[in-house]
Design a protein around this ligand. Structure first.
Ligand code: ADP
Ligand code: MG
Length: 363
């Protein structure tokens, strides 16, 4: 075995690139981070433009509050944020962002300019940001109130990743994921106007809408949504509010789920998330009650609202995994609705539905 090498600190540029590569993993993660910033900034309209599937250029234009001139030098500095000031704030999060990592990470893996103007500024400026997150240039711009982030040459500093995404299938898949995440935010924020363009092609858009149901109709079609039930249940202790749109019993879910896109919209405290416990229980009931084989993408919208201190969103860099303090109770509440709508699962012991815990040794 080779003798151990001396232990040394990595140079800051290597630390930056290693960390950034974990936050900005794909075109999808860039768009997700930037639209979260736009929503946090109170935007009511967001336009997303991609060139070469986002690898050459990703541009996100919003009409939010903009960045104040005095904050501009810090907006792309790592761990600088306007959203929280202490660890206590992590327990009462009301914004999507809180780590101050996205813009800093993006700058180290792409060439970034940010154009911004607040309500009180006379003029907008386009700032060029270097790899360290510092402003290296400033030019006046004609854009109105809001912020436009433009990232060119994504992953030029991570050639293996750039090559990985350059495969035609992966590029297309990544744009599909962008579309899906925009749909998810569209459902969560019905009032938000969104457009997604690839080159000159309009890929997806939504106008301002009144409620999540209208957005679901826009995305899934009226016929499908009209054959769904909208049910809301609440618990006092622990405090939980659960809203679902699920197909009525007997609907041919498989025919409805033919789409290759994910039509399972799971939301916790207004955040699109992946919760495998919810997916598992939904699949069980859909498989059992709809006389069809395994449903890969159960059509549904499940939105859970919980006290912020009972949700940990700081689990993975993309914030799509969440830990719930009372997962058992939330899952049971969802199962209660599914049981009511679809009837009991076949071949499941009766204690499965009992309020008490299963007999020892059975899980
Ligand atoms: P975070 O969102 O965790 O604060 P980011 O790196 O994504 O970290 O953004 C850093 C800061 O830049 C934000 O806290 C916010 O003040 C500002 N900012 C980023 N994007 C926008 C935007 N679209 N509109 C207004 N301010 C923004
Ligand atoms: Mg952010």
């Amino acid at each position: 075995m080779a003798p151990p090498s001396k232990i040394e600190g990595l140079p800051p540029s290597a630390v930056r690139l290693i960390g950034s590569g974990q936050v900005i993993t794909s075109v999808f993660s860039v768009v997700k981070e930037l639209i979260e910033n736009s929503v946090d900034a109170g935007a009511t309209a967001i336009d997303i433009k991609l060139d070469n599937y986002g690898l050459d250029r990703i541009e996100i234009i919003d009409n939010g509050c903009g960045v104040k001139v005095e904050d501009v030098p810090f907006m792309a500095k790592r761990h600088y944020t306007s959203k929280i000031t202490s660890t206590d704030d992590l327990l009462s999060l009301h914004s999507y962002g809180f780590r101050g990592e996205a813009l800093a990470s993006l700058c180290s893996v792409a060439d970034v300019t940010i154009t911004t103007k607040t309500k009180t500024d006379d003029l907008s400026y386009t700032y060029t940001i270097d790899k360290e997150g510092n402003v290296s240039d400033r030019k006046p711009s004609h854009l109105g109130q809001g912020t436009t982030v433009c990232a060119r040459n994504l992953f030029a500093t991570l050639p293996v990743r750039r090559q990985y995404y350059n495969s035609s299938q992966r590029r297309k898949d990544d744009v599909k994921r962008v579309e899906e995440v925009l749909i998810a935010y569209g459902i969560i924020k019905p009032q938000l106007r969104i457009t997604l363009k690839h080159g000159k092609d309009l890929i997806w858009q939504k106008a301002t809408m009144n409620d999540s149901k209208a957005v679901l109709q826009h995305v899934l079609g009226r016929q499908i949504v009209n054959s769904m039930l909208n049910i809301t249940r609440e618990l006092e202790t622990p405090k939980v509010s659960l809203t679902v749109f699920i197909p009525k019993a007997g609907t041919d879910v498989k025919a409805m789920s033919r789409s290759s896109s994910d039509r399972t919209f799971l939301v916790v405290n207004n955040r699109p998330v992946h919760v495998k416990e919810f997916v598992k229980v939904l699949r069980q009931y859909y498989d059992n009650c709809h006389a069809c084989e395994s449903v890969r993408h159960p059509i549904c919208y499940v939105s859970v609202t919980l006290p912020t201190q009972e949700v940990d969103v700081n689990v993975d860099p993309n914030k799509t995994t969440v830990f719930l303090q009372n997962m058992h109770e939330v899952r049971n509440l969802l199962e209660e609705i599914l049981l009511e709508v679809y009837g009991p699962l076949e071949n499941v012991p009766s204690w499965h539905y009992a309020e008490s815990a299963p007999p020892a040794g059975k899980q």
